[in-house]
Design a protein around this ligand. Structure first.
Ligand code: ZN
Length: 248
């Protein structure tokens, strides 16, 4: 093989490789199937997956890793790992972003608030793919308490799916643009329900567990009592009302 051929071969190999070639944190990436199943809003997957980013002070460097449930919920595991491994001055600021496949249960919400109250320099943003037992009043209150403690909670949108795919998934070569596209309506229905939770309104989304052809069916219950309290742009975004329709 001539040196030119070697260079040619090397460049071909590089372009054929996956995204994470040369990535020192390859071990933290999860496999594509795992990402599909864990974060599909249509799947009521049993396991919870956490993908997270940590940024310290003014540094641009982002530390990324992932976690799962063990005997503890994944949120508790994160807090235990973080507090046991990191000894930092409480005045140092730290931004944490979580991409959770399920929203935190009320017990985890409580633990998160305790953790944040002990670490005032830490800010937490949580993106979730699904709402965990969202009809349960304690879980709803838990999420509200988190928001009231300064935690930002949002449903994952297309851009978070893309971000996670690029940064946390060991996607096959040439598949950078092939992140999972979930039906926008499903993402919006969850966003609508999260809005109701934060506003202290009754549930408007009912998830029936009827499964057919491997699909889980969602049923939406909009209730008159709080229909009018949901901001119009959110209803418009879900397609539940038409732009021309006026209602009061
Ligand atoms: Zn939990």
């Amino acid at each position: 093989m001539t040196p030119e051929e070697a260079v040619q071969r090397q460049s071909t190999m590089t372009s054929e490789r996956g995204p994470s070639t040369g990535d020192p944190t390859l071990r933290r990436r999860i496999e594509p199937w795992e990402f599909y199943i864990s974060y599909d809003p249509k799947e009521l997957c049993k396991e919870t997956c956490l993908l997270y980013e940590i940024k310290w002070g003014m540094s641009w460097k982002i530390w990324r890793s992932s976690g799962k449930n063990t005997t503890n919920h994944v949120e508790i595991n994160f807090i235990e790992k973080f507090t046991s491994e990191r000894h930092f001055h409480l005045s140092v600021s730290c931004s944490i972003t979580w991409f959770l496949s399920w929203s935190p249960c009320w017990e985890c919400s409580q633990a998160i608030r305790e953790f944040l109250s002990q670490h005032p320099g830490v800010t937490l943003v949580i993106y979730v793919a699904r709402l965990f037992q969202h009809m349960d009043q304690q879980n709803r209150q838990g999420l509200r308490d988190l928001v009231n403690s300064g935690v930002t909670i949002q449903m994952m949108t297309v851009s978070e799916y893309y971000h996670c795919w690029r940064n946390f998934v060991n996607y096959p070569p040439g598949e950078e643009a092939h992140w999972p596209r979930h039906p926008p309506l499903w993402l919006m229905l969850y966003a609508l329900e999260l809005h109701c939770i934060i506003l202290g309104l009754p549930p408007c989304l009912k998830i029936s567990r009827r499964r057919q052809n491997r699909l889980t069916f969602f049923r939406l219950h909009l209730q008159n009592c709080h229909y009018q309290m949901i901001p119009r742009h959110i209803l418009l975004a879900t397609g539940l009302i038409q732009p021309s329709v006026t209602w009061r």
